[in-house]
Design a protein around this ligand. Structure first.
Ligand SMILES: NC(=O)c1ccc[n+]([C@@H]2O[C@H](COP(=O)([O-])OP(=O)(O)OC[C@H]3O[C@@H](n4cnc5c(N)ncnc54)[C@H](O)[C@@H]3O)[C@@H](O)[C@H]2O)c1
Length: 394
């Protein structure tokens, strides 16, 4: 990607280059926080030529079944040999999906039973789709056990968790890891990012981003900051990751204001921010405006990933690039795909080829760091929070 940027045409990116040239965790961690505690893991078990990749799955809820299991079942080179979830309902639904396959071993004896599954040395790779408070611990335990990992976002919900995960991934470079940032495997997103980085809209000025959720908000573990981190970590990390991917770096400062009382009468004890509005400043005066809510209705629901530059603009969901002075848009040409399936296909291919996929833990760390900046600012009634302050306090 970076190789395609000529000096003359390349967009002046907003960032300090924290992610520049990075593929996998082997890249620089400059500016992204402390080194973190690295946990050295076992060597990965080699996949014999012609053999299937044996996968164990942690978390078989909505995402674990509907996206992870559904995708893995479509990959001929994969065998799901073990599933782990303390919920009998989730296990039963997953087994139903696998009725015509060899029955996987079941680990359902509570929250820590995943560790028993990780002890097996006949499992090559492990997926995770659990509430966010488990992510970092499961990431590190999976690496220590010497398994390749498909880790749902967010990577973690505290600075130290993020640093420790990245340090651990860096200490185990033979373990193939991807974050569940499936947009990074979507050809339409890849084209949009590459054309923007190549300078098609000129120097980036504004990132105009929004996610307006309608209907009733997700409840259960999603309602609590302790288990979900709050929406700017659990959900907005996808959008933040696209901005980080384009700009290859991090904001200097941010502020946000929001409300945590919108659904509390229906969901007592709920303490997540169901509406907030944020402004983030990147180097070179690049600004991100972000609006995120769970109170939209009807036609107010939807998402925006729009970017305005000195020469034009780009709208990922709308599928268009525009140049100033030209009437017609120049569409994004790549075809639409099931990006989660594409993410799993790529992860499996990378395991076979011993290469790290694009959606590295470093991207996971940076996206969560943005969420932490905004959450801190909302906690402090819209105070401007610098990147360094977030690193020291979140
Ligand atoms: N990449 C995406 O677009 C995307 C989309 C949706 C959800 N997600 C992520 O997937 C994860 C799961 O979300 P979901 O919607 O499936 O939630 P869910 O509540 O439907 O499922 C979570 C499952 O994890 C299980 N679980 C909880 N603790 C566990 C433990 N210690 N060991 C094993 N299993 C455990 C629960 O019993 C449940 O079955 C979340 O992190 C969420 O952010 C990602």
């Amino acid at each position: 990607m970076a190789g395609r940027m000529s000096r003359r045409s390349a967009m002046k990116v907003g960032a300090a280059g924290a992610l520049a040239g990075m593929s996998g965790c082997a890249g620089t961690a400059g500016g992204l926080g402390a080194a973190g505690q690295a946990h050295k893991g076992k060597a990965p078990k080699a996949v014999a030529a012609g053999a299937k990749i044996r996968v164990g799955m942690i978390g078989l809820g909505g995402r674990g079944r509907g996206a992870h299991l559904a995708s893995l079942l479509k990959i001929p080179d994969v065998e799901v040999v073990a599933i782990c979830d303390p919920s009998q309902d989730s296990i039963k639904k997953a087994l139903d999906m696998m009725k015509d396959r060899k029955k996987p071993d079941v680990y359902d004896k509570g929250d820590l039973d995943y560790k028993r599954m990780l002890e097996r040395d006949d499992i090559h790779a492990v997926t995770q789709a659990t509430p966010c408070n488990w992510h970092a611990q499961m990431f590190i335990d999976t690496m220590v056990a010497g398994k390749h990992h498909y880790a749902e976002k967010p990577l973690g919900i505290a600075v130290k968790e993020l640093d420790d995960c990245c340090a651990t991934a860096k200490a185990n470079p033979k373990l193939i890891v991807t974050m569940g940032f499936q947009w990074m495997y979507n050809p339409r997103f890849i084209e949009a990012v590459e054309r923007t980085q190549a300078g098609e809209i000129g120097d980036l000025v504004e990132c105009r981003i929004a996610r307006h959720n309608g209907a009733s908000p997700l409840m259960g573990w999603f309602s609590h900051r302790k288990t979900c981190g709050d929406w700017m970590l659990e959900q907005a990390c996808h959008e933040f990751n696209v901005v980080n991917w384009i700009t290859k770096g991090h904001p200097l400062k941010a502020f946000a204001i929001g409300r945590r009382d919108i659904w509390t009468s229906k969901d007592p004890g709920r303490n997540v921010t169901d509406f907030y509005s944020a402004v983030l400043e990147y180097p070179n005066h690049v600004v991100m405006n972000y609006s995120h809510d769970w109170h939209s209705v009807g036609g107010l629901c939807g998402m925006d990933l729009k970017f305005v530059g000195s020469k034009g603009g780009m709208d990922i969901f709308g599928g268009n690039f525009w140049q100033r002075g030209k009437k017609d848009a120049d569409p994004i040409k790549a075809p639409g795909v099931n990006d989660t399936q594409e993410a799993f296909n790529t992860w499996v291919k990378c395991i076979k080829e011993g290469k790290q996929p694009l959606a590295s833990p470093e991207y996971g760390r940076l996206a969560s760091q943005l969420g932490l900046m905004l959450r801190k600012s909302i906690d402090e009634n819209g105070k401007v929070v610098t990147y360094e302050e977030m690193l020291k306090t979140c």
